[in-house]
Design a protein around this ligand. Sequence first.
Ligand code: PRP
Ligand code: HPA
Ligand code: MG
Length: 191
Amino acid sequence: MVDTKQTSVYNAGVPELKLLYTRHDIEVRIKQLASRISDDYNGRSPLVIGVLKGAVIFLADLVREIELPLEIDFIGMSSYGSDTTTCGQAVVTSNPTAALDGRDIIIVEDIVDTGICLKALREYLASRHPASVRVCALLDKPSRRRVPVAVDYAGFEIPDKFVVGYGLDCAQRYRNLPAIYTLEDNDVREY
Ligand SMILES: O=P(O)(O)OC[C@H]1O[C@H](OP(=O)(O)OP(=O)(O)O)[C@H](O)[C@@H]1O
Ligand code: HPA
Ligand SMILES: [Mg+2]
């Protein structure tokens, strides 16, 4: 089991994890993002759509800091395979349940990396005629963009490292770590 109190850990057969953002760093940044969103959407009732699965933990913490009569929904998107390698495509794997036409939608992502997932999501939403669409992502990795997409509310801009924890996975593991770590290992091949 990973000891999340340490800044660097190594378990046999498990890649080395280096602490990038503590739980406290994340909490502080989320309060700032939520305050901006609360101000920007004052008087409106946005529909906050979390992108499964990675955004679940960030969304849960973010919405509890937003002071608006918002609604929550989820969309299933998948662009990565079983490890850290992108397949270069994103597909919708489950639809939101709410009607999207005329809604002020805030997409919540854990990370925007190549932008492929977000571009596909924007195209999907555009065909459903929302009133507006903005994106809130905890992490933004602009050096890896393959398609130009903008993040309206970005938590942290990060370097070109594969990150895990706080919802982010490698081969479905590490999502439950309360902080964010970089994977320092040869296991992170081309991703
Ligand atoms: O900018 P991109 O290169 O498209 O990558 C970002 C997307 O990839 C990850 O999701 P993934 O498809 O791995 O599924 P998950 O959320 O279930 O982990 C992440 O959660 C984002 O949704
Ligand atoms: O750095 C990352 N970590 C986890 N999932 C991801 N999906 C895109 N980039 C990443
Ligand atoms: Mg995701």
